[in-house]
Design a protein around this ligand. Structure first.
Ligand SMILES: Nc1ncnc2c1ncn2[C@@H]1O[C@H](COP(=O)(O)OP(=O)(O)OP(=O)(O)O)[C@@H](O)[C@H]1O
Ligand SMILES: [Mg+2]
Length: 349
């Protein structure tokens, strides 16, 4: 059994997969809010004990004893990791590890504290025969130990620790075909941030953390319409992107459109893609895929599509596997990271 555990900032999610010769099968999924869903979400309140409690409840729902579970893969949030794709000579794993530690110093900017590194081999390099592409992943020791503490206090034996952007990329790679030409973009819209990923058949992996998520959508609705957080949340769930515009329409002043949080999100996406295009000589973005809880925001896919002129679709990797039961889930997009984490467990020995 492969267990993917996504410790999000508002919801913890788990995906249980079984791997056999026939492929992957979904055994179970589960979700738990980290804080009281009947109260306004407050990022300041989210501390270790709340995550621990939510994870324990999650495993209770799954009827699993944390201490008995093996094969848990969890993920570090994209805001806390640096990832860079590099090309290197093919070499044995232990040599690769020391080579990567050396490379990390050159490529990954760190805040001065000690770094922990990991890497995932992405495949053969297209241009040079004897080279391979490696995603170099680094985070600080402090980030990793805080993460491990949550797992341990929840009663779990820490297993593999992956990075959320790598998990999302794997979820895509396993369930869909990468284009030969051009790149695809994944946007995982969570509560406090959006993870942007660019991946192509022959173009390097790129990721960026955009500090805008559903919490900011809700806050803006609450501010603009002078309603409380929970009312604003209902409005977002009901009216999507239109919820921030209602006041303009009511006032009859639709000509001077105010800049909204959705425009800020689009602008950050545009900037990231422009940077990618410049540094990689690739400006052909085939399609944008949305995941994360915020992907359910009504009209958001259409809005991004119109502004960026790239086709936008929703990305739900779970639907590719047998055992998927759409009607048991409120918001299936929320499980993309957890699915990718579970898959990571099956990708290597
Ligand atoms: N129908 C909906 N429309 C808009 N937003 C929604 C909807 N349903 C859920 N959300 C939002 O999705 C968010 C939760 O998504 P998700 O579980 O992906 O976040 P997370 O992983 O906990 O957060 P983060 O990735 O920032 O750590 C919440 O902020 C919630 O308000
Ligand atoms: Mg998340």
């Amino acid at each position: 059994m492969l267990v993917g555990l996504d410790i999000g900032r508002q919801f913890v999610k788990a995906v249980l997969l079984e791997k056999s010769k026939a492929g992957y099968k979904i055994l179970e999924t589960a979700i738990r809010p980290v804080s009281d869903p009947n109260k306004a979400y407050d990022p300041e309140q989210i501390k270790k004990p709340l995550w621990v409690m939510a994870i324990r409840e999650l495993f209770r729902d799954l009827k699993l004893k944390p201490a008995r579970v093996r094969g848990v893969t969890s993920g570090i949030n994209s805001g806390n990791v640096s990832i860079k794709q590099i090309s290197t000579m093919e070499m044995p794993t232990d040599e690769l590890y020391s080579a990567m530690t050396f490379e990390a110093r050159k490529h990954i900017p760190m805040d001065g504290t000690e770094a922990v590194i990991d890497f995932q081999i992405m495949g053969a390099n297209d241009k040079e025969v004897d080279k391979i592409d490696v995603a170099l992943v680094a985070c600080t020791k402090k980030t990793l130990s805080q993460h491990i503490d949550i797992l341990k206090e929840s009663g779990l034996r820490p297993g593999k620790v992956d990075a959320d952007p790598v998990a999302l990329s794997n979820a895509f790679f396993v369930t869909r075909d990468l284009p030969e030409e051009g790149a695809i973009v994944i946007l995982d819209i969570g509560t406090l941030g959006t993870t942007l990923i660019v991946r192509g058949g022959s173009d390097p992996f790129f990721t960026r953390d955009i500090p805008i998520g559903s919490h900011h959508f809700i806050r803006e609705i609450a501010d603009k319409q002078s309603v409380n957080y929970l009312t604003a949340q209902d409005k977002l769930y009901q009216s999507g992107v239109e919820a921030v515009r209602v006041k303009e329409n009511e006032g009859g002043n639709i000509s001077v459109a105010e800049r909204t949080v959705f425009d800020n999100l689009v602008e950050d996406i545009r900037r990231s893609l422009r940077y990618y295009a410049k540094t990689n000589n690739q400006s052909f973005f085939l399609k944008i895929f949305l995941s994360g809880g915020g992907a359910a925001t009504g009209g958001l896919a259409e809005y991004i599509q119109e502004k960026l002129n790239v086709e936008v679709a929703v990305f739900n990797p779970l639907e590719s596997f047998p055992g998927y039961e759409a009607d048991t889930m409120l918001n299936p997009n929320q499980y993309a990271v957890a699915t990718g984490l579970a898959l990571r467990g099956g990708l290597e020995a």
